[in-house]
Design a protein around this ligand. Structure first.
Ligand SMILES: [Zn+2]
Length: 109
């Protein structure tokens, strides 16, 4: 990572900047980002499993929406349905991940 103070590229595992000795609080920053991402829901999570789950849910929603739209309204319906599926599943999975993240943090305490 780059030093937040002077911008010097440092080893990811380095605890302090090689140039200015600023402490590199990488883990802390990531942890707080993750906490915010889980609380807000819409932000991309740093948890790989969560991202896979969300990607899968959005993918399935898009395909399902396209199929339903195709049956109802032909190709235009398919496009419209895919859009609805994409946005809808994005919102729903974000909401589910928000609750999951909240539950996880409650268990940690
Ligand atoms: Zn530095």
């Amino acid at each position: 990572m780059n030093c937040p103070k002077c911008g010097t590229p440092n080893d990811d595992k380095a605890a302090k900047c090689a140039k200015c000795q600023t402490e590199l609080k990488r883990a802390d920053a990531l942890e707080s980002y993750q906490a915010i991402a889980e609380t807000v829901g819409g932000l991309p999570s740093l948890n790989v499993k969560d991202n896979l789950y969300q990607g899968l849910a959005v993918g399935v929603g898009t395909v399902l929406g396209a199929l339903i739209g195709l049956v109802i309204g032909g190709w235009q319906g398919a496009l419209f349905g895919a859009l609805i599926g994409l946005v809808g599943m994005g919102l729903i999975s974000g909401f589910v991940l928000m609750i999951l993240g909240f539950t996880r943090r409650m268990k940690k305490k």
